[in-house]
Design a protein around this ligand. Structure first.
Ligand code: LLP
Length: 432
C-alpha cells in the first residue's frame, strides 16, 4: 500500500480520500495514484543514489503528469518506444535527460530521437549501430550512445522478465566478444559519442548477488575497452529491476541499502581493476511507481465452490480483470486484496478475486481471505498495481481501460480519463 493509505471503520482511504467517495465521483474500476507517495519514492532513489543518475523506467507506468513530477524531482527518464518518447515530449521533459531503449527501434524512432536531442540511445544490435551512424551523418548531428551488454547472469525471477542470460533477445554478449566489437564500431562512427556500457539483468529481483556478478563482468569489459582501445568511457548503467513487496511475504526494495550495496561492489571492483570508475546510473521503474497505486473494483457477483477436503472457496467477481492487470495470468504474480468500503464482523473465507473476461485464467488475486459476507456493491482494493498494470492494460473483450485518478491532500484529480466506447470505435473505420 502507498504510505498515505489508511483504513478507518472498514473504509480505505488514500491520500486522504475515502475510496467510496472516489468511486462515487469517478466510477469503478479505477487506478488510484498517490502523488505524495510517488514523489517520496522518486526522491528516496534520487537521494540514496546521489552520485548516480536515476532514470525512471517509463515502461512501468507513464503519462504526462508523471513526466512532470519526475522532471520536478530531478530524475532522468528511460523510454523504450516512440510512444513513450511522445508522452515525455508532451510532458515537457528535458530531452538531454532521456535514455532511449529497445532491441528493435524503427528507423523513424531513431531519427526522431536524434532530431529531438535525446541524451543517450542504448544500442542493442549491429544493425542498429549502422542505422544510427547513418542517421547522424545524414542529419549532421551527434548522439550519446550506450552499448547494451549481456552479462551472462541467471537472475532469480520469472523467465519472461530475466534478461542477462545468453539465450534471449537483448544485448551484446560479453562472453562471445560481440560487446567489445559493438563498442569498437560505436567508437569508430563519427556521429556516435560512446558514453559507456549498459546492463539490465531482469525485473522483480531481491537478491543483489546478480547485480554483483553483472557489475563485475561489465566493469571488466569497461577496463578492457580502456586498455585495448585506449578509450575512457565516462558512464555505466546497471539497469533496474529492484523488487517490491506484492504480498507480506516479500522483502521490499530499500533504496538506501541498495545504493550502499551497489556502490560498495562497484568501488571494490574498480580498485581491483585499478580504474577510476565511470559515473553510474540505474533505471528503477517498479520500485518507484509500483506501491504508489492501487486498483479499486466493485464486486458484481459472489459464488462459492466446493474444494477437495470439504473446503470452500468464494469466487468474487469484480468489474475489471486481466484487461487492467494481466500480471497474475502472465507471470503467476501474487497480489492481495481487501474489502475497502465497509467494516465486517464476519469471519474470513478463502476467496479468489476474478474479473469479468471470458476465460477462466482471468484472475486478479489467486488466494486471499476476505470477510465471508462480501457481496455485490462492495468495493475491493488491490495494492501494488502501479507498475506494469495500466501500462500493460488491454481492450480485451472491448473492455474500456480504467482511469488513473490522482489523490493528494484529500482531493482527487484525473490523470488519465476512463476510455469510452467512442474511443474504441474511433479505430474501427468499418470499410468492407
Ligand atoms: N531498464 C531496462 C532496460 C528494462 O528493460 C527494465 C524493465 C527496467 C529498466 C525497469 O525494470 P523495473 O525496475 O521496473 O523492474 N512486465 C514485467 C516487467 C518487465 C520489465 C521489462 N524491463 C512485469 O510486469 O513484471
Amino acid at each position: 500500500w502507498s504510505s498515505t493509505t489508511a483504513k478507518t471503520d472498514g473504509v480505505l482511504s488514500v491520500g486522504g480520500v475515502p475510496l467510496p467517495d472516489l468511486v462515487a465521483e469517478h466510477g469503478s474500476p479505477a487506478y488510484v495514484l498517490d502523488e505524495a507517495d510517488f514523489r517520496a519514492r522518486a526522491r528516496a532513489f534520487r537521494d540514496a543514489f546521489a552520485d548516480y543518475d536515476v532514470f525512471y523506467a517509463g515502461k512501468a507506468f507513464l503519462c504526462t503528469t508523471v513526466v512532470r513530477w519526475l522532471a520536478e524531482e530531478g530524475l532522468s527518464l528511460d523510454v523504450c518506444s516512440g510512444g513513450e518518447l511522445t508522452v515525455a515530449e508532451r510532458g515537457g521533459f528535458p530531452m538531454e535527460r532521456i535514455g532511449f531503449h529497445g532491441n528493435n527501434k524503427t528507423l523513424g524512432e531513431l531519427e526522431r530521437a536524434v532530431e529531438l536531442g535525446v541524451g543517450r540511445v542504448i544500442v542493442d544490435s549491429f544493425h542498429e549501430v549502422e542505422r544510427l551512424a547513418a542517421i547522424t551523418t545524414e542529419l549532421g548531428r551527434t548522439v550519446g550512445v550506450m552499448v547494451r551488454v549481456t552479462a551472462g547472469v541467471e537472475a532469480h525471477t520469472h523467465e519472461y522478465i530475466a534478461t542477462a542470460h545468453e539465450d534471449q533477445k537483448f544485448g551484446f554478449s560479453i562472453a562471445s566478444g560481440d560487446a567489445l566489437e559493438a563498442v569498437r564500431r560505436v567508437h569508430a562512427a563519427p556521429g556516435l559519442r560512446l558514453l559507456g556500457l549498459h546492463s539490465h539483468i531482469g525485473s522483480q529481483i531481491f537478491d543483489t548477488s546478480g547485480f554483483e556478478v553483472a557489475a563485475r563482468r561489465v566493469l571488466a569489459l569497461h577496463a578492457q575497452v580502456s586498455e585495448e582501445l585506449g578509450v575512457e568511457m565516462p558512464e555505466m548503467d546497471l539497469g533496474g529491476g529492484f523488487g517490491i513487496a506484492y504480498t507480506t511475504q516479500d522483502d521490499p526494495a530499500d533504496p538506501a541499502r541498495l545504493a550502499a550495496e551497489m556502490s560498495t561492489i562497484v568501488a571494490h571492483e574498480c580498485r581491483a581493476l585499478g580504474i577510476a570508475g565511470p559515473r553510474l546510473s540505474i533505471e528503477p521503474g517498479r520500485a518507484i511507481v509500483g506501491p504508489s497505486m492501487c486498483t479499486v473494483y466493485e464486486v458484481g457477483t459472489v459464488k462459492e465452490v466446493a474444494l477437495d477436503g470439504g473446503l470452500r472457496r468464494s469466487y468474487v467477481s469484480v468489474d475489471g480483470g486481466m484487461s487492467d492487470n494481466i500480471r497474475t495470468a502472465l507471470y503467476d504474480a501474487d497480489y492481495s486484496a481487501t474489502l475497502a468500503s465497509r467494516p465486517s464482523e464476519v469471519g474470513p473465507l478463502l476467496a479468489r478475486v476474478v474479473g469479468k473476461h471470458c476465460e477462466a485464467g482471468d484472475i486478479v488475486v489467486k488466494d486471499e481471505f476476505l470477510p465471508g459476507d462480501v457481496r455485490p456493491g462492495d468495493l475491493v482494493a488491490v495494492p501494488g498495481t502501479g507498475a506494469y498494470c495500466r501500462s500493460m492494460a488491454s481492450n480485451y473483450n472491448h473492455a474500456l481501460r480504467p482511469p488513473v485518478i490522482g489523490v493528494r491532500d484529500g482531493k482527487t484529480f484525473t490523470v488519465l480519463r476512463r476510455e469510452t466506447e467512442a474511443d474504441l470505435l474511433a479505430t474501427d473505420v468499418g470499410a468492407y
